[in-house]
Ligand binder design. Structure first.
Ligand code: BDP
Length: 674
């Protein structure tokens, strides 16, 4: 680089940081690796920040964040009596800006809020903002295993380095905690719901404590997933029966041991009698009896049990009905510190599902929703799928006020950019922001994230935000439009395999169980004359969903087996509509490539190229999905692929022979790509 250019760049960088811009448009910017997430505000270190009172580690962090990043006049922080400990008020008076809260966490959140306002260019004149979180529990669930792998993780290995803890405490724990605090996430379940009992050994609890000590100053509480058979495996008891006195005592002692190490420990997350995990039903006890036994051990310390309702078995009953059938009769039987944690939909994090009817049928049981940030069913960390619209869709049916909390299955790993895909970070960000305030729109959150992560120029933000907002629907269209679901490949959930048959496999683990395509039509009949899953919804929705002529088309094949010639609202037949939706998904993925290429002047070249190559994979995968599904379903419909749409480029036979050689814990370099 010649000297002039170098001077120019330095001058630009200084101007840019003073003005708060971070776009590349007026010159080159140093490549970024994404490790700084949305917390890229240049260090300013000139702010006058004051606090009088007794200092806590969280307040120290709030002060140092403001000193480092605030570019305005004096800011005073003050602890006030009254109000929630996480709530805060920011207002200006004659002496400058003041942040008040009843708790140190509130002051920390206030500090991050003020910085976010500055860094997104919000109007700060006569500022007076009062904020309180919509949910008390805003928790990330890590599906991380003791060996460092992450179930359904596509961003490298676990953040927790169990092998070197507690002696070595990686700096990333604090960076992780800081990122969470900056968006209001206040809890982390450290390990996989398919929990190894070994998490409860003395040696491992000391490691958990070391992490908890790092997270605490940022207001992030530590929780762990426990295996229901732990008393047998770790405690060498002959049983794990929740009504056995010795078992109850073992859990009490274990919980006391944990609180001896971690006085503010949050509690347990439990996956029981689900997908082969042990649980109370092994002893003829109910989920409530199992959960309440753990709850009794935790209650003395203020801890909670998050008991998952993700249960289904290889029975004749429609899988979509099973969680409700098992949990609804237990309504009101759970101890007060048990919260039933329910996935947003009745099956399993599909690109689109109706909400789980348990949310409206459990009337006397505290519930929380579990969303998935890691894109197990949405193209892993290869596809751009901004998930805020999915969560908003859920809240349209289940009001946030009816929930105790919100959990998100994390998409973080030890990849440099944390999430594998730079845009995966937007889901982490949006999860926190929406857990704090589900009233925010998907667009507002996307805009905030873009401005902080990349650049605030509207020529960049407007089109890229548009791409984000359309991205989830595009994935639905090229994977499973019109209510199709679970037609993924066997063994991993990346690509399509609607034809998949595995001799001896559980029928509810095979795509044909879900799509039910035959010569007459396609879709799962869950109407009153079918599996009657519709009856689990409130009457008005039951009627709406149950009638093929009123069922919203996005749920059509979820609730009905529909003839190929059925007239859709567009005037097309079902078959033609299916063709158009798949095709639309593909053209959206292509459009995203164009949008991103036009963003090149605004993004440093490394992140630009990373996203560009991911979008290329996404487009190819979209074509793979479309060609596979349409050509396979055409063998039933007997109809030609609609003439107006792009012709298939792959042979069905080739795609049927193709096996992607990946494990559950990897993101492939590409899918079918002949
Ligand atoms: C499914 C995942 C599986 C999880 C399970 C769960 O495929 O890896 O263990 O959910 O949530 O989506 O328990």
């Amino acid at each position: 680089m010649n000297r002039m250019k170098c001077l120019y760049l330095i001058a630009f960088a200084i101007c840019a940081s003073v003005l708060g811009f971070n776009c590349a448009v007026a010159g080159e910017l140093a490549d970024e690796d994404g490790s700084r997430l949305w917390l890229r505000g240049d260090k300013y270190n000139g702010a006058e920040v004051l606090f009088r009172g007794s200092m806590t580690p969280s307040i120290e962090i709030a002060l140092s964040e403001l000193r480092g990043g605030w570019r305005g006049g004096p800011v005073r922080l003050e602890l006030k009596k009254g109000g929630g400990k996480e709530s805060f008020r920011i207002f200006s008076d004659k002496n400058g800006i003041k942040i008040t809260s009843a708790g140190d966490a509130g002051l920390l959140y206030g500090a991050y809020h003020l910085l976010r306002m500055q860094n997104t260019g919000a109007d700060m004149s006569n500022i007076d903002v009062s904020e309180m979180p919509a949910f008390d529990l805003r928790i990330l669930n890590h599906w991380d295993n003791p060996d460092g792998s992450i179930e359904r993780g596509y961003a490298g290995h676990s953040l927790w380095r169990w092998d070197e803890l507690p002696g070595v405490v990686a700096p990333r724990y604090r960076e992780y905690a800081r990122a969470n605090a900056s968006v209001g996430i206040n809890g982390a379940v450290l390990n996989n719901v398919n929990a190894s009992p070994t998490i409860l050994t003395k040696d491992n609890l000391v490691k958990v404590k070391a992490i908890a000590d790092e997270l605490r100053p940022y207001g992030v509480k530590t929780y762990i997933s426990v295996n229901f058979a732990s008393p047998m495996v770790v405690g060498c008891l002959p049983t794990a029966d929740p009504l056995d006195k010795g078992v109850g005592r073992w859990w009490k002692d274990k919980v006391d041991e944990i609180y001896g190490l971690i006085p503010d420990f949050g509690g347990f997350l439990v996956k029981a009698n689900s997908e082969g995990q042990p649980g109370p039903c092994d002893y003829g006890r109910t989920h409530a009896e199992g959960a309440n036994m753990l709850a009794a051990a935790l209650a003395r310390h203020g801890g909670i049990v998050m008991w998952r309702a993700f249960v289904y078995s290889a029975s004749d009953s429609d899988r979509a009905k099973q969680a409700s059938l098992e949990f609804q009769p237990l309504d009101g039987e759970f101890a007060p510190n048990v919260i039933v944690q329910i996935k947003n939909g009745p099956i399993d994090f599909q690109p689109r599902e109706p909400y789980s009817p348990l949310f409206t049928s459990l009337e006397h049981t505290p519930t929380m929703v579990e969303m998935q940030l890691t894109q197990e069913y949405l193209g892993f960390s290869n596809h751009l799928a901004y998930l805020a619209p999915l969560w908003k869709e859920f809240f349209d049916f289940v009001p946030p006020s009816s929930l105790k909390g919100i959990a998100g299955v994390a998409n973080t790993g030890d990849d440099v950019n944390w999430c594998g895909h730079h845009f995966g970070q937007s889901n982490w960000y949006a999860f926190g922001r929406m857990a704090w305030d589900p009233g925010l729109t998907s667009g507002e959150v996307a805009e905030e994230w873009l401005k902080q992560t990349f650049c605030s120029d509207s020529a960049f933000v407007t089109p890229v935000k548009g791409m984000m907002l359309d991205s989830r629907e595009a994935v639905v269209d090229y994977m499973m439009p019109l209510g199709l679901h679970h037609i993924f490949a066997w063994g991993h959930h990346y690509g399509p395999e609607p034809w998949c048959e595995v001799p001896g496999a559980r029928h509810d683990w095979l795509p044909s169980y879900y799509h039910r395509a035959d010569k007459q039509g396609i879709g799962f009949d869950r109407s009153v004359t079918g599996s009657n899953a519709v009856s689990q919804y409130p009457d008005s929705l039951c009627r709406l969903y149950g009638d093929v002529s009123t069922c919203p088309e996005e749920y059509l094949l979820w609730f009905h087996h529909v003839p190929w010639g059925h007239k859709m609202r567009s005037g097309r037949t079902l078959w033609d509509e299916l063709c158009h939706r798949y095709d639309h998904g593909v053209s959206e993925a292509r459009r995203f490539q164009c949008v991103w290429d036009m963003a090149e002047p605004y993004v440093d070249s490394r992140r630009f190229r990373d996203v560009q190559s991911k979008l290329r994979i996404q487009s190819r995968d979209a074509v793979w999905w479309k060609d596979a599904c349409l050509q396979y379903f055409a063998t039933f419909s007997g109809m030609p692929i609609s003439y107006g749409i792009e012709r298939p480029v792959h042979d069905l036979d080739d795609m049927m022979k193709f096996k992607l050689d990946i494990t559950n814990e990897e993101c492939p370099e590409s899918g079918f790509n002949k």
